[in-house]
Design a protein around this ligand. Structure first.
Ligand code: ZN
Length: 746
């Protein structure tokens, strides 16, 4: 019911600061399970196969965490190490697929009891997977509700990344049982505290149960780097933002609250050290347990915890990161053998547009903790450090052993939420180091170099050539993170080049780049999770850019499956890619095969793989019919999945115009069907303009918006406009120079 829907169920003071005890009884059909926040204490048989169940009164809690479910669900059960009754529910036919969430969840709950230093506050924890749910999950106290793909895992059918999604979402929601539920924000302007916090510690919980997954390094590619782009728009917003009406509250359930919130807490943890951070956290939770608090309360608990260690003023630091939008670009210049000048400025991907609103009185200056090392020192674990305390520029010294020809690197492990630019000389040295021995840099920093460089090239801070030169070493790169960072930008270039003469050279370059990785990883999918992810990338990219061997293998697998539909020969991790290729290079028969598989599968993750693969077709009429299916009266596509269909078709270069026509022609229908859902409608509006890059499309987009009410997607629409403008400028600036670079590189 978060944020403002409890009032639809019962009359109440429906704001987070009003806590109340809820005494619940539910009258329900006897064969159905009725679950709510508290543990059941009494069951009475009523007439005609009805039952009245009474539950233990809840602790004092806010209305938005209230929940009840009644239906035919089955469960699996564990008792946690500290005696909490833990159940995982689903449709009866899927109940075996709750096992993984149950096992990993009951370990994580115990881990968090230890991490937060506070026992789990309730007698029981239920988790339930329901077939149609707009959000990923909702952390109702004692009764967490999930969409099926976020909780059910079938090792026979699902991929490693499906499994990771389950672990991560379960960990996220369990973290809320303390952060959000036990201690609740005073008002929604501090929503980021809930979501940022859960987005950070979800990684710690999963790292505890699945130590081989490299969760802590995955943070930078899954949470930190992806939000940099949105937060460099002038239409972004501060993590802490004034909100009043329900539509405004709904708007801030976005990646600024989740990803940026999590990233700045990870940064703060690194500044304070794990020990100080968790000590302050426990004090904060204990002081405000069963009550409400705001950001300032957390900052004062952390300042107190750091009193005898660093003695930092946490509020002064964090206000610069939470009260103003965006983040700094730190530009470095080496002025002598040891001396480096650092200069900070608000980083905007489209500076000519300015910022939509001035926020707070921070003046777009930040307290930036610079951690750095150099080639001779080569210490990423215990780096040197310097503070920029809202100064426009500072000077700092490299280690006294540094050689004048050494590279230096700032933002070790990418703990800081800022981008880094170097003098040209240093970019060259870093590039040389990558070519000779890239392993000197941690995975996080190799990904960071690529991510920063492409972004800085896009904004004109460095040449595109400098960024592209960094990719040359990738022939030797076997790790996931740098590839993820690269593919992100390469797919941007690819989408921008869809109608450009540069597409040919790009395809050839990408073939050459990925082939060594593709050859070394092969198709045999039995090793550690990070390798499996990397293989999936290699095969996806090799097939996308039409490496012949990849196309042959994928098409053979798809044909084998069609001939023997009861026996799927495709590795679970590679299904998305193989399905997409089968449909892309096939015709009507291949598409119908996929559609029927989508309809007949009872597994939500499998269904969602088919949904995205079905958008890979090259037949316009098939794609158009597919779009129409989403709004048909007897639609077979759940509303939670509609934006996936639109993204799949919109990312297909043949489908982009079709999606646009679809949105314009059927807007009223789409609005009526989906605008009541926070997540669904915004993701539809944001999916469509991502790859628009011509003046004509911009005019059409603006005309489309004139006088139109986008409801909860108002900001999303504006961000769409800005995205198109950035794409247009990017094309004007880089189409030719990238094409030339690619031709030379071949
Ligand atoms: Zn959450």
């Amino acid at each position: 019911m978060q944020p403002t829907s409890a009032r639809k169920a019962l009359p109440c003071f429906d704001e987070p600061a009003f806590r109340a005890v809820f005494n619940t009884t539910i009258e329900h059909r006897s064969y159905m399970a009725a679950i709510t926040n508290g543990i059941e204490i009494k069951e009475e048989d009523l007439a005609d196969e009805w039952t009245r169940t009474t539950y233990l009164p809840t602790p004092k809690m806010p209305t938005y965490l209230l929940a009840f479910t009644v239906g035919t669900f089955d469960y699996t059960e564990n008792i946690t190490a500290n005696g909490v009754r833990f159940r995982a529910w689903s449709r009866p036919e899927a109940v075996n697929n709750t096992r993984y969430a149950l096992e990993t969840g009951s370990e994580i709950i115990t881990y968090f009891e230890d991490y937060f230093g506070i026992p789990f506050p309730l007698e029981k924890q239920d988790m339930i997977a329901v077939p149609d749910f707009a959000a990923g999950a909702m952390e109702n106290w004692g009764l967490i509700i999930y969409r099926e793909t976020a909780m059910l895992y079938d090792p026979e059918v699902n991929s490693a990344s499906n499994k990771q999604t389950v672990a991560v979402v379960v960990s996220h929601e369990l973290a809320h049982q303390w952060f959000g539920n036990l201690v609740t924000p005073k008002w929604w302007d501090d929503l980021w505290l809930n979501e940022g916090f859960a987005s950070y510690v979800e990684y710690l919980g999963v790292d505890f149960t699945e130590p081989t997954w490299g969760m802590k390094e995955q943070f930078v590619i899954n949470d930190l780097e992806p939000v940099f782009e949105l937060d460099s728009l002038g239409t972004s917003h501060p993590v802490r933002v004034d909100v009043g009406a329900p539509a405004e509250i709904n708007e801030i359930f976005d990646s600024i609250s989740y990803n940026k919130g999590g990233s700045i807490l990870r940064m703060l943890n690194n500044i304070l050290t794990e020990e100080v951070f968790t000590r302050g956290l426990t004090a904060y939770l204990k002081e405000h347990a069963y009550g409400n608090a705001d950001s300032d309360d957390l900052w004062s608990a952390l300042t107190e915890a750091d009193k005898d260690d660093g003695g930092l003023d946490v509020k002064a630091i964090m206000d610069t990161w939470t009260l103003q939008m965006g983040y700094p670009l730190v530009t470095l210049e080496r002025t002598s053998q040891r001396t480096v000048t650092a200069y900070q400025e608000h980083y905007l991907s489209n500076p000519s547009e300015g910022v939509s609103q001035e926020y707070g009185d921070q003046g777009y200056l930040w307290q930036v903790y610079l951690q750095y090392t150099d080639k001779t020192t080569n210490n990423f674990i215990m780096p040197n450090s310097a503070w920029m305390k809202k100064e426009r520029s500072i000077e700092f010294e490299l280690a006294d052993t540094v050689d004048e020809n050494d590279w230096y690197m700032v933002n070790t492990y990418q703990y800081g939420f800022y981008r880094v630019n170097y003098d040209h000389e240093n970019w060259m040295r870093l590039t040389d180091q990558l070519m000779t021995d890239h392993k000197v840099f941690p995975n996080e920093n190799r990904a960071q170099l690529i991510d920063d460089a492409f972004s800085l090239a896009r904004t004109g801070n460095i040449s595109m050539e400098t960024a592209l030169n960094l990719t040359r070493y990738l022939g030797n790169e076997k790790d996931l993170l740098p590839w993820e960072a690269t593919l992100d930008y390469m797919s941007y270039i690819t989408n921008m080049f869809r109608l450009s003469g540069g597409f040919g050279p790009l395809e050839l370059y990408m073939q050459a780049l990925v082939e060594p990785l593709y050859d070394s990883l092969g198709w045999n999918d039995t090793d550690e999770v990070l390798e499996q992810y990397n293989r999936n990338n290699a095969i996806r990219v090799a097939c996308y850019y039409r490496v012949t061997d990849c196309l042959d293998q994928a098409s053979k697998l798809y044909q084998d499956y069609m001939q023997n539909p009861d026996n799927n020969p495709i590795s679970n991790n590679l299904k998305t890619t193989v399905y997409c290729n089968g449909i892309r290079d096939g015709g009507q028969t291949e598409w119908e095969f996929g559609w029927n598989k989508y309809l007949s599968s009872s597994d939500s993750s499998e269904k969602s793989k088919w949904l995205s693969a079905l958008g890979c077709s090259r037949q316009p009429w098939i794609l158009n019919r597919y779009l129409m299916y989403t709004v048909a009266e007897d639609t077979q596509v759940r509303s939670q999945d509609v934006s996936s269909v639109l993204s799949a078709v919109g990312n297909n270069h043949i489908g982009i115009d079709l999606v646009w026509d679809f949105l314009r022609n059927d807007y009223d229908k789409i609005y009526d069907l989906f605008a009541t859902s926070i997540f669904t409608f915004s993701s539809i509006i944001s999916a469509v303009p991502q790859n628009f890059n011509t003046e004509q499309l911009l005019e059409e987009w603006i005309a489309f918006g004139e006088g139109r009410d986008f409801g909860p997607a108002t900001r999303t629409y504006e961000q769409g406009t800005e995205t198109i403008k950035i794409n247009i400028q990017w094309m004007e600036k880089y189409e030719d120079s990238i094409t030339e670079w690619l031709m030379r590189a071949l």
